[in-house]
Design a protein. Sequence first.
Length: 134
Amino acid sequence: AAPGLIFPDQPYQTVSRCMAEGSESEGGFPVFAKKGEDAKAYTAKPETDGYFLGIAQRIQTRDEYPVGTPVTVVTTGMIWVVVGGDVKSGDDVALDSDGKFVALDSEDETQTAIAGGKFMSTAPSGAYAVVVLK
């Protein structure tokens, strides 16, 4: 397991984008897009017209994603991520205010809910967990 690895025996879909902001991660980080800028990928949600696009797929030849590099974004399917809090299988997926994958807390207004996202494994904070995006 590693952040950004997919399950190739399970159905998945990807899109390609160009990094508008850099990331020092090898993959498994949230990727956002902005309406009207279909070719760009952001590591933080743009304040105006921003939306969650998917999760960056890990590519073995890349250990970071500088500005201007291509990124493959998983939009549906199963993928490994690092969690920012304890999660249980079946929990809905959200991003906390630091952009970490956490279990959705409907009382926490700082979270960004990931529509159709579910955790498929149980993990403590800082560990790997499987997310399915639908």
